[in-house]
Design a protein around this ligand. Structure first.
Ligand code: ZN
Length: 481
């Protein structure tokens, strides 16, 4: 939990209000007597941010690892779409929709039949873990009715759940499961596969990158594989597009050439993002250059994790990130289905620092992802919705870092002629802090929109102002009424 230090702030607020004449009672009055009224007055200080709609929206990762295996997931999230749209979600990213080897327990990352979306009785189930094709179609339609695009998670690197078949290029290995046909994990009969379509084969040993599930690592250099995945008019890509999918999240792109993504997108279009699981911003940049597609900003994720959790040093935020190189190609995030797996405790951003991490990605550039479990966590939801509102309104204009040291990070968004912009103040220290900064606001009243500090401040004639932040928390400043 973030320590909001409300008591102290409310007392400060009381005095602040007195000074500016909203109340006539004394500073000695107890918080219980007047605090409720103060909160109302404070809200009256804030501008209605919706007047500053800057067009920014967010993507919802609409699942987590091990959602209940009862075939009801599409129906579950269908009911949340209206709320998500209101909060600023313009895309949802679904888990892989095709039937996997683990049947109704499959999270979709073990693809067997790309054309079985809950249609065929195989791997012990008709529905996938998430529901039937009809329920998926209903979810897509309802998303579109709420102006939300639907992003398919496509797993192109490897396959699972085929029949046993010796591969002449793997002499002596009798445990190869590379046969996919109507009787072997591919009931749809579309894109049947044999050992020739996996590595090694008559073309080469492997792709340019490391093999993953190496015995059934798909070879995208085989014309037959390219045809079925994206080239034909009844390819996987075209089939998903016809269902209504608007874009693509490419799983584990280290396991095949970026050209695959480039060609897929050239054929079917739409938004896309690649999972290049790498904290090195230059590696991400190279992949973006070669694929032409945005990528998840793992560099930003790891810098946040290092700054907030691992080293407790905000100067890590000064290091390279994809969003600093290509803000329009960086999909930022603070958590995903992998980082929040139970066994992954050393590779995530702790709950106590989660809102600080979101305050960063929702005020900077890049296209932020909101993780389902964070948004649906009622401890976080109010703060997160408020940050999403800030993101879609006053988080705009040039980025300027005003202060960066171990415990404090202050960043200004310059806004525009018609938008006041903001100043984010992050503090991971154990004490509240104050610091004078140079704002763009001259002789103005400003207030905190994060709801962590309910006070109003005045900038001087040159724009200088002494900003404040509670211990282990953040504030977001912009013009008051
Ligand atoms: Zn190959």
């Amino acid at each position: 939990m973030i320590v909001f230090n409300k008591d102290k702030i409310l007392r400060k607020t009381i005095c602040c209000f007195l000074i500016i004449g909203f109340l006539s009672s004394s500073c000695e009055e107890t918080e219980q007597d007047i605090a409720p009224g103060l909160v109302d007055e404070q809200q009256n200080f804030q501008l209605d941010l919706k007047q500053f709609d800057n067009g920014n929206r967010v993507m919802m990762q609409a699942f987590y690892w091990n959602v209940e295996p009862i075939g009801e997931w599409y129906n579950t999230i269908n009911e949340k779409l209206e709320d998500w749209a209101d909060a600023g979600v313009d895309r949802i990213w679904l888990p892989p929709v095709s039937k996997g080897q683990s049947g109704r327990f499959s999270m979709g990352y073990d693809p067997s039949d790309y054309f079985d979306l809950g249609d065929f009785d195989q791997h012990g189930t008709i529905k996938t873990r998430f529901g039937s094709r009809a329920e998926l179609q209903g979810l897509i339609n309802e998303s579109h009715a709420n102006n939300i695009e639907v992003i398919a998670d496509v797993v192109l690197g490897h396959n699972s759940g085929g029949g046993k078949q010796d591969n002449p290029f793997r002499p002596g290995d009798t445990e190869v499961y590379s046969l996919f046909n109507e009787a072997n994990g591919n009931a749809s009969g579309k894109f049947n596969r044999t050992n020739a379509h996996f590595h090694p084969n008559d073309i080469h040993e492997k792709d340019e990158e490391a093999l993953f599930f190496e015995k059934t690592d798909l070879c995208h250099d085989q014309p037959y594989v390219k045809d079925w995945l994206w080239k034909r008019d009844d390819s996987v890509a075209e089939y998903y597009k016809k269902l209504g999918f608007d874009g693509w999240r490419f799983d584990y792109v280290k396991s095949f050439s970026p050209i695959v993504v480039k060609e897929w997108n050239a054929k079917v279009g739409g938004f896309s993002v690649g999972e290049n699981f790498d904290g090195n911003a230059e590696v991400l940049k190279k992949w973006v250059d070669e694929s032409g597609s945005p990528a998840f900003d793992f560099a930003c994720f790891y810098k946040l994790e290092e700054a907030l959790d691992r080293f407790k040093d905000l100067t890590f935020l000064e290091r390279d990130m994809l969003r600093k190189i290509y803000p329009d190609k960086a999909v930022t995030f603070t958590a995903n289905h992998d980082t929040e797996k139970d066994e992954n405790v050393n590779n995530n951003i702790s709950f106590s620092n989660k809102m600080l991490a979101y305050s960063y990605i929702l005020t900077h550039d890049g296209y932020p992802t909101i993780f389902y479990n964070d948004y649906e966590n009622l401890t976080f939801q109010k703060t997160l919705k408020n940050l999403m509102l800030i993101h879609s309104t006053i988080a705009t204009g040039n980025i300027e870092v005003l202060k960066s040291d171990k415990e404090e990070y202050i960043m200004k968004r310059g806004g525009s002629e018609s938008n006041p912009g903001l100043i984010l103040y992050m503090n991971i220290g154990r004490r509240a802090k104050k610091v004078e900064v140079q704002s763009n606001w001259l002789n103005k009243n400003i207030t905190d929109y994060s709801e962590n500090m309910e006070i109003m401040l005045e900038t001087d004639a040159t724009g200088k102002v002494e900003l404040e932040v509670p211990a282990n928390s953040f504030t977001v400043w912009s013009l008051a009424k």
